[in-house]
Ligand binder design. Structure first.
Ligand code: SF4
Length: 619
């Protein structure tokens, strides 16, 4: 079966169906970019395709395979990036196609409506005033856009059971704008609690709005989408793993639903009690603290940050929701109406010296509503806060009106309120171009840190001359290692320190598997059952794929693209990033590497990793 994409030529306001023998979103995007040689263009060039599509496992009884996957050229990394939204394809697949790709730029900001009715596909383009979209009905930002769509496009939404993709004003004014999608409650003309997801990393929203003038989309329809049935699925699982599909799924997703051993669940619930003193805090200054000091801050995080969530989301009630597809893992844990995930909340929580959950949630709400990448914003605020706290720059130079408390040696939890209110101010500065934070919003953390002379306190991986990526919040060398898809989990992100050659092997094998999870449009919380059965699972939809060979070839394409675009990893130019690696060596007693210049480890890793990437089989 060919993979079918709606191809939209935005500047000509026309569309057609583009087909290929692609397996899924990643090889489709790589192929289209290759044909157009888009590495020759600047990252926000309208000629670069923006693809949103889903995998081939949708529509049947498989669970957790309905992610909408965006692949775009990132204005942050300068290379191709992959980012996904859980559950969205559960609605989008009913358009009857496998996805869409946008090339060119609409003259004016535009809303795209894609619907299928009784076998007929319709694609409409409607101009939309951005001030109205992001300032409607007394609301602002993404909340406004959501309501605007409900009020003005309800007939389309209801008739097609459509689900939106929206952006916020951060997409128009920064390079770190996200795209987001929300499940609609069609009976109540409202959005479902917790059933939302952001594809936030690396500026996909910025690429969509600034590169193509697309501010929002609605996708849905009534196409029947057949897929594997439970009887056939069970046969595979019983044969291969000795248990039914649901038995295996329940075992493998326990962390994300409820882990009885820990008495909690979801990434936020589990990580604070699992990683404890390894959780990055205070702009990663936590890595310099002795163990007992880190324990103190870990205890504080558990007491003030984790416990209020635990009480309300696990003890008093079970406010657990899914992302929009009927998934029993219900990983979306909601606290007072807010979906709570580890990464974004740590970003605007302990990472910036905010240990009270309510204060961090206020900042997270604000960042989400601007449609920004909260993980990135945490690093941006962390740098600005520390630079001011150390007296390297004045508050007004950072875009702040006061001095945050970021030194863990003098910090007190009571400073949370101050830091949170300065964070809100800092986010406004980031949006409006004020001070260091404003520069970060406009040109990114790396270049802005260079301009301000504070590179050594910024945490990022340099890519090419001016691009970069910030890591997810794990104190783990794999998060900053020189690989070709950063800011995601295409790596070994365990807090570990290994010989660089062995580590390269383990990172590479994880990268290939994570790539295949994205290629399948699968939720990575379901990777535990999908990875060992990928070949057989694809067999059920009539696809014969050599998983390792295919993944190696697609990964190499991503690496090739980064090479041609001049955006490959460089040695860590910031001391904080280097220290993140060397302190992990000391923490784990890796005597050969502790306290050493990490350049040798870096180079050995890079040589070994590139050897694996370029020595692998062809597709
Ligand atoms: S684990 Fe969560 S995000 Fe993944 S499919 Fe289930 S509900 Fe959706």
């Amino acid at each position: 079966m060919p993979y079918r994409l709606i191809a939209i030529k935005a500047d000509e306001r026309r569309w057609w169906e583009e087909t290929g023998d692609w397996l899924g979103p990643l090889d489709a995007a790589v192929d289209l970019n290759k044909r157009l040689q888009t590495w020759r263009m600047k990252p926000l060039d309208p000629g670069i395709p923006f693809l949103v599509s889903w995998g081939r496992l949708v529509g049947g009884n498989f669970i957790g395979v309905h992610r909408a996957v965006a692949v775009f050229r990132s204005p942050q990394t300068g290379a191709l990036h992959v980012s996904a939204m859980g559950g969205a394809a559960y609605r989008f697949m009913r358009t009857g196609v496998n996805g869409l790709v946008i090339i060119g730029k609409f003259n004016k900001p535009t809303l795209i409506l894609i619907g299928s009715k009784a076998g007929k596909l319709s694609v409409e383009f409607q101009e939309v005033d951005l001030d109205r979209l992001w300032g409607y009905g007394g609301r602002t930002g993404i909340e406004s856009a959501k309501q605007f769509l409900l009020d003005n496009y309800w007939d389309f939404i209801y008739e097609h059971k459509a689900r939106p993709i929206v952006t916020g004003p951060g997409a128009a004014s920064t390079i770190m704008g996200a795209i987001a999608s929300y499940e609609v409650d069609y009976a109540k003309k409202a959005y479902k609690l917790g059933a939302e997801d952001f594809a936030a990393r690396a500026g996909g929203g910025s690429a969509l709005v600034r590169g193509h003038n697309v501010a929002a989309m609605l996708l849905g329809g009534d196409s029947e989408v057949g897929g594997p049935k439970m009887g056939d699925i069970d046969k595979i699982f019983i044969q291969k793993l000795g248990k039914t599909y649901i038995q295996v799924l329940n075992e493998k997703t326990i962390k994300y639903r409820f882990d009885p051993q820990l008495g909690t669940g979801g990434t936020f619930g589990v990580n604070y009690v699992h990683y404890r003193e390894l959780i990055p805090m205070f702009n990663f200054q936590s890595i310099y603290l002795p163990l007992e000091e880190r324990r103190k801050w870990s205890d504080a995080a558990i007491e003030h940050f984790w416990k209020p969530f635990q009480e309300e989301a696990f003890v008093k009630s079970r406010s657990w929701y899914n992302c929009g597809e009927p998934c029993p893992v219900v990983c979306k844990k909601v606290w007072r109406g807010k979906k709570i995930d580890y990464e974004p909340l740590n970003a605007v929580g302990p990472y910036i010296g905010v240990f009270t959950l309510g204060s961090a949630v206020k900042v997270a709400d604000m960042v989400d509503n601007y449609g920004l990448d909260t993980i990135e914003v945490g690093y941006d605020l962390g740098l600005a806060f520390e630079a001011v706290d150390r007296g390297l720059i004045e508050p007004e130079e950072a875009g702040l009106s006061g001095r945050p408390v970021m030194n863990p040696l003098v910090y007190d939890v009571s400073s949370s309120e101050l830091n949170a209110s300065l964070a809100e101010e800092g986010v406004r500065s980031l949006m409006s171009g004020v001070g260091l934070l404003g520069r970060i919003g406009a040109i990114g953390l790396r270049r802005a840190a260079e301009e301000a002379g504070v590179v050594d306190y910024a945490v990022y991986v340099p890519l090419g001359d001016s691009n970069y990526m910030t890591p997810n919040y794990y104190w783990a060398p794999g998060m900053v290692a020189p690989i070709y898809m950063l800011g995601r989990y295409w790596t070994n992100y365990n807090p570990t320190f290994m010989d660089p050659v062995d580590f390269a092997k383990s990172v590479y094998s994880r990268a290939l598997m994570e790539l295949m999870i994205d290629e399948a449009g699968a939720c990575r919380f379901h990777r535990g059952w999908l990875e060992p059965t990928l070949k057989e699972v694809y067999g059920l939809v009539g696809v014969d794929v050599d998983v390792d060979k295919f993944a190696a070839a697609v990964y190499r394409e991503f690496a090739d693209y980064a090479q041609k675009a001049g955006s490959t990893p460089r040695f860590w130019e910031s001391k904080r990033t280097r220290d993140m690696v060397t302190t992990m060596a000391s923490e784990l007693g890796a005597k050969d590497w502790a306290g050493k210049d990490p350049l040798e480890w870096y180079e050995k890793f890079k040589t070994a990793f590139d050897g694996l990437v370029y020595g692998g089989p062809n597709r």
